[in-house]
Write a protein that binds this ligand. Structure first.
Ligand code: AMP
Ligand code: MG
Length: 387
């Protein structure tokens, strides 16, 4: 361990943070978190392949030692790739916000290997949590619970709650068992951009911003975890994901969900992280909400005005849709199109998660017909926003 610590420390010339964090993780008043970090050239930026099914113990041990020493380690989970940092290390946690360009109002999810560890992070573990944990952990479910006072303010965005999850991916499991401590691991992408469902995505999003990237191949779910808030009187679905609303209802009986909820980026209430501009390609994306043929009509009408629009075809099968969503958005973003059009999928099961991400990727904007006004609006967006 000592050799790794010192090798990392010798590489790790620390950049001046854009905000101040005290030893107990309190943020200073000048914390904005939006500051664009100049790429931290001193990070190790190591890349290791790892078996998704039976991760090599030496690789896992190395990754755990790096996390222990305050380094940032990107690793696969069943949802998307996470950028991991030791939860009790304020410097490592602030580095995660810097690497992602993430606002400090957006709290991080803590990942652990076992339910007993969750008890050290929360001040209450209600009956609903016991039942959901028994049914869905390890797995793509995040529970928001009253926080333990020792959890850093940076992690919770100074809220009275903390979000926790036990991931099921063998690499994430092995890593969390090896560390024995909680690891904050937001998606390993720049804030607001498309989440990474493969190691290649992490490289293109965060090159040079991590110390180690564990490549365990493409993730299986493809979209982020379901977030359920159990801190209030009635359970609330904050973010749809791999565990569906139907599955949650079957366990809880009562659960509320309002889709297309939007939170301001500058506040952390009432539902942090539900930002409108999220999961976005650089090419502007619009939802098409009308009959099947509308997309082709719009592409034609826009083409007539000299603007290349392209349809992002979401697979009919909802599991496939979720798994391939971010790759499809990235592929479409890499074409010459000036505007991307996408039809939402069926709003049930994991389709809700797909539609939630599409809604935010489109910044809530949709076209419902092919009228002159709609075409004019689409043209204006394409011309103003296309890179
Ligand atoms: P990710 O960037 O995918 O790790 O997502 C983290 C998301 O979890 C945030 O953007 C929030 O939506 C949600 N979250 C984390 N902590 C809390 C919390 N204390 N209360 C409500 N939602 C939370
Ligand atoms: Mg994210």
């Amino acid at each position: 361990m000592a050799s790794i610590k010192s090798s990392w420390a010798s590489h790790a010339h620390r950049v001046a943070p854009a905000f101040a964090v005290s030893q107990n993780g309190q943020m200073s008043a000048r914390s904005e978190g939006f500051s664009n970090p100049s790429s931290d050239q001193s990070r190790l930026a190591e890349y290791r392949k790892v078996s998704a099914q039976s991760p090599q113990p030496d690789v896992i041990r190395y990754a755990a030692e790096l996390l222990d020493s305050g380094a940032l380690v990107a690793f696969p989970t069943e949802t998307v790739y996470g950028l991991g940092a030791r939860a009790s290390n304020p410097k490592a946690i602030s580095d995660v916000f810097l690497a992602k360009g993430r606002p400090l109002t957006d709290p991080l999810i803590l990942h652990v290997a076992r339910v007993e560890q969750v008890h050290e992070l929360v001040s209450e573990f209600p009956e609903d949590a016991v039942e959901l944990a028994a049914r869905f952990w390890p797995g793509p479910l995040t529970l928001v619970l009253p926080r333990h006072p020792d959890v850093l303010d940076l992690i919770t965005a100074s809220q009275p709650t903390v979000a926790v999850r036990i991931p099921s991916h063998p690499v994430a499991q092995a890593l969390l068992i090896e560390t024995g401590f909680a690891v904050a691991a937001p998606s390993a992408n720049r804030f607001g951009r498309i989440s990474p469902s493969s190691a290649g995505h992490v490289v293109s999003e965060l090159a040079g911003q991590y110390d180690l990237l564990l490549d365990g191949g493409p993730t299986t779910m493809g979209v982020e975890s379901t977030v359920v808030d159990l801190s209030g009187a009635v359970p609330k679905l904050l973010r749809p994901g791999g565990v569906t609303l139907e599955e949650l209802s079957a366990v809880l009986g009562q659960i509320t969900y309002v889709d297309r909820v939007v939170a301001a980026e500058t506040t952390n209430a009432p539902a942090p992280g539900l930002f409108l501009r999220h999961y976005s390609p650089r090419t502007p994306l619009l939802l098409v909400e009308g009959e099947e043929s509308l997309t082709q009509h719009l592409i034609q009408a826009l083409g007539d005005k000299g603007v290349t629009a392209r349809s992002v075809e979401i697979p009919h099968d909802q599991i496939e849709a979720a798994r391939n969503l971010y790759q499809l958005l990235r592929d479409a973003d890499a074409t010459d199109a000036k505007l991307l059009l996408v039809r939402p999928t069926q709003s049930a099961g994991i389709g809700r998660a797909v539609n939630d991400r599409l809604f935010r990727a489109a910044q809530g904007r949709s076209l419902k017909d092919c009228s002159e006004e709609s075409v004019r609006r689409a043209l204006a967006i394409a011309l103003a926003e296309s890179p």
